[in-house]
Design a protein around this ligand. Structure first.
Ligand code: XBP
Ligand code: MG
Length: 246
């Protein structure tokens, strides 16, 4: 293993519990357009298997309604959905998951690189990080690999490979942080050691190839619960532990 030089984070479900807000933004957009599309929580759990909002809508039209996705203006519907979602973030409705801010600051203070690899759209990433951690942290990120940066979204490894190329680092100098089976297939497919923190949308999924699966990154107040894989020095994941075990 090369020396640890960077941590790469997924966004939705890993940095924050955002999917309920994405779902709300999708449904509000459908309603505003007089469409008879309404996704329930249970529908959305299934629809999350298709990553990317535009791809998810096209899949729904095609596979759930037996319609031609080209009959819908998916690009502009998705643009409007993004505006609604960003407005929710701008209202300060979403906070980071336990341990995320601590590990971000430890990593930057230690001079390691921090990157983002996500299927969500760039404005969603900048709004979330800008509103929770501030513009300074946003400016310090080594790469924001997001949305349409690559043609093939997760579970393809492309978005992680894009982030590695942008940072000019080999896979074994990095650790990825994911919350979903699709995300783990992408990061492990790119050859990156992966740590999983689950959430209500992803617990129960299988994370083949992940190094460790936990409830959260943990904090002194809310310790991480071990679910599978390598044991962590409780109560939380620290940069020191990540370095020691790399
Ligand atoms: C999760 C996703 C995204 C969001 C919606 O991304 O699959 O598609 O649900 O975002 P990740 P967009 O876990 O990789 O952050 O509508 O902007 O695609
Ligand atoms: Mg995710």
């Amino acid at each position: 293993m090369a020396k640890l030089e960077a941590l790469i984070f997924d966004v939705d479900g890993t940095l924050a519990d955002t999917e309920a807000y994405h779902l709300k933004a999708f449904n509000e957009t459908f309603f505003a357009h007089g469409m008879d599309w309404k996704w329930s929580h249970e529908d959305y759990l299934k629809l999350l298997k298709v990553t990317g909002g535009k791809e998810r809508m096209a899949h729904f039209a095609r596979d759930w309604r037996n319609e031609n996705p080209d009959d819908y203006d998916i690009v502009s519907l998705h643009k409007e959905k993004t505006e609604r979602y960003v407005a929710m973030l701008n209202d300060g409705k979403v906070s980071l998951r336990p341990g995320v801010e601590r590990l971000f600051r430890e990593t930057l203070d230690a001079g390691l690189k921090l990157g983002i690899a996500t299927t969500t759209s760039t404005p969603n990433v900048t709004a979330l990080i800008g509103h929770t951690l501030g513009q300074g942290v946003l400016d310090d990120l080594a790469v924001i690999a997001a949305g349409d940066c690559v043609a093939r979204k997760k579970p393809a490894p492309d978005i992680y490979q894009y982030a590695l190329n942008a940072m000019n680092l080999p896979a074994d100098a990095c650790i990825a942080f994911e919350d979903s089976a699709m995300g783990v297939r992408s990061s492990v497919g790119a050859g990156i050691r992966t740590l999983v923190t689950v959430n209500p949308f992803t617990e129960g999924q299988t994370f083949d190839g992940a190094d460790v699966v936990l409830s959260t990154l943990g904090s002194p107040e809310t310790p991480a619960r071990h679910i599978a894989g390598r044991k962590v020095n409780y109560p939380m994941v620290t940069l020191e532990w990540l370095r020691e075990t790399h």
